[in-house]
Design a binder for this molecule. Structure first.
Ligand code: VG1
Ligand code: CO
Length: 539
């Protein structure tokens, strides 16, 4: 039975860098999910006759939110919802299924790399027909709707069983439950040289993939163990759990501690890798060796010819402004397009749609290509395995050869967490005011060449976005300041440090960036304003 429910708006449903992200307990408030979803439907002129993709990373509240969204879709006249079996779908698989089925939109229920559980975070990412997350022009409309919503439509019906593959009806709407792993595997097989990777594993190459108790476990088991022949047990933390087993599913040196400890021990396999909660991020490790995501993007781009799916050529490469400039040097050498965009994958989508770029990446452990419109964790790992299989070199050898050829960007992100929102906003506003006065000034051994806000003018839709403040130094070092847009409480200041060297290739990263870190606190007046003498998290 169709029900029209009166509701009162929430004022905090503005999407951040990647969808709406809040504490689980906030999302569990009465009508919170319903208000947001109806606001999306209304912002796009209704969903009558449309097809949507639906699934999540399995975190707490996934199951409940999926049922609500299916019933609302049916009540709003949607024709069909394609749902991942048991309600699971990774962000990259969702983009794939959306594009393959020419669907009109999709929801991934995930707060990505944020912890899950009733005391963790929940989130909703909304994608449009292009396969990528909606641009700000649409999210602004959705936000306006959420502030004024008065009612939503929902079907009163029993919950749908999502465990069996197949088709069923909810009112007049069709629900198709699919095995999203299969679709995803087919796509990977069409890009990479699976035979070469199979031979690599058959030859004794050892590998550990940490799914961090999140959504990629089933995908990784199928691809790495069953299809490519990595040893049984190579995929760890492979069961999606509602609270990720207490893990923080952010694949970096701090939160993927178990994997990192293994990779830096004498028992380390040849390669280690991890994904985040919804499977769009990746971390790459060799034996006692870590590849920064910025270097990874540059290395993958430089080796595109080794991959069957790209061997006929690539359009170009893009990175977020905060990401190191390593990919730019490769683009110059290969004479391909090169773009710098604001933080957030949605900014890459127009560049991919218009055939300006093939690859893109962010320092936050995101890498991907135009095969979909989201970053793709398993894709990046397969790319590395394919390079290793084709060259016979280790992760470390490949990376060192890259530095030798192009020089090395020593790179680190410093996060200052749990800041008072007003203090953080004022810090950024005052810093922006100060930028024009910095040029020519010297801080220790660093002299400022230029300092300005990062402004991106999209060459396709003409939109303009300001995100972050950049200080450039005369020796090509850079400091980027920006506030996080994915947190669920307080503010996080991210400070990105980069120092470029062509001769000193084998130094300790923290040592190399120590002075630049001090300079970043001085220029940003971070200690004076926040009381913090050092960052809370270094990645
Ligand atoms: C962070 C990262 C950004 C990434 C975003 C979504 O955003 O810095 O690079 O695109 O998370 O990633 P922010 O605004 O907190 O810096 V995911 O894997 O959460 O979809
Ligand atoms: Co993610």
């Amino acid at each position: 039975m169709l029900k029209i429910v009166s509701t009162t708006p929430y004022q905090d449903q503005k999407m951040g860098t990647a969808g709406l992200r809040r504490k689980s307990k906030v999302v569990m408030q009465e009508n919170y999910v319903e208000n947001f979803v109806q606001s999306v439907f209304d912002a796009i002129g209704g969903v009558s006759g449309q097809t949507f993709i639906l699934g999540g990373d399995g975190r707490y509240y996934n199951k409940i939110a999926i049922q609500k969204i299916m019933k609302m879709a049916a009540a709003n006249g949607m024709k069909k919802v394609i749902v991942g079996q048991n309600g699971y779908i990774s962000t990259p698989a969702s983009s794939r299924v959306l594009l393959k089925n020419k669907a009109d939109g999709g929801f991934v229920l995930s707060a990505s790399h944020n912890p899950g559980g009733i005391n963790g975070d929940f989130g909703i990412k909304y994608a449009i027909a292009s396969g990528g997350q909606c641009p700000t022009s649409i999210s602004d409309k959705i936000y306006e709707n959420t502030k004024n919503i008065k009612e939503y439509k929902i079907l009163e019906a029993p919950d749908i069983d999502l465990s069996q593959i197949g088709t069923q009806k909810l009112g007049d709407m069709e629900i198709e439950i699919i095995d999203s792993v299969k679709d995803y595997v087919d796509m990977m097989e069409a890009i990479f040289d699976f035979d070469a990777i199979r031979r690599l594993f058959a030859g004794g190459f050892t590998f550990v993939f940490d799914a961090m108790n999140a959504v990629t476990g089933p995908y990784a088991r199928k691809i790495f163990e069953e299809i490519l022949g990595a040893k049984k047990g190579s995929v760890v933390h492979a069961e999606p759990l509602e609270d990720f087993g207490g893990l923080h599913p952010d694949p970096n040196l701090i939160y993927a501690k178990e994997l990192v400890d293994l990779m830096y021990s004498d028992k380390a396999p040849d390669m280690g890798a991890a994904n985040d909660g919804d499977g769009d991020r990746n971390m790459i490790l060799g034996k006692k060796f870590f590849v920064t995501p910025s270097d990874s993007l540059a290395i993958l781009t430089d080796n595109y010819k080794l991959i069957p799916g790209y061997k006929n050529g690539i359009y170009g490469v893009a990175k977020s402004a905060a990401t190191s400039t390593a990919a730019g040097r490769v683009a110059e050498a290969l004479q391909i397009g090169y773009y710098e965009v604001p933080t957030g994958w949605k900014y890459f989508c127009n560049l991919m749609d218009s055939k300006r770029i093939t690859f893109c990446g962010e320092e936050s452990f995101g890498t991907g290509s135009n095969h979909i419109r989201e970053k793709d964790g398993i894709w990046a790992i397969l790319f590395w395995l394919n390079i290793i299989a084709a060259t016979g070199q280790s992760v470390e050898q490949i990376t060192r050869a890259h530095w030798k050829k192009y020089g090395r960007s020593y790179y680190m992100r410093n996060d200052y967490d749990g800041l008072d929102v007003d203090v953080a906003n004022k810090l950024m506003a005052d810093l922006e005011q100060k930028l024009p006065t910095l040029a020519g000034k010297t801080f220790g051994s660093y002299t400022v060449a230029e300092a300005k806000p990062f402004v991106y003018n999209d060459p396709v839709d003409g939109s303009s976005t300001k995100n972050g403040l950049i200080v450039y130094f005369t020796d090509k070092s850079r400091i980027v300041y920006r506030l996080s847009g994915t947190g669920s409480s307080g503010a996080t200041l991210r400070v990105y440090l980069e120092r470029y060297e062509t001769a000193k290739l084998d130094e300790n990263v923290e040592e190399m960036l120590k002075e630049l870190g001090d300079v970043s606190r001085q220029i940003g007046e971070i200690t004076a304003r926040t009381g913090k003498t050092k960052a809370d998290l270094l990645t």
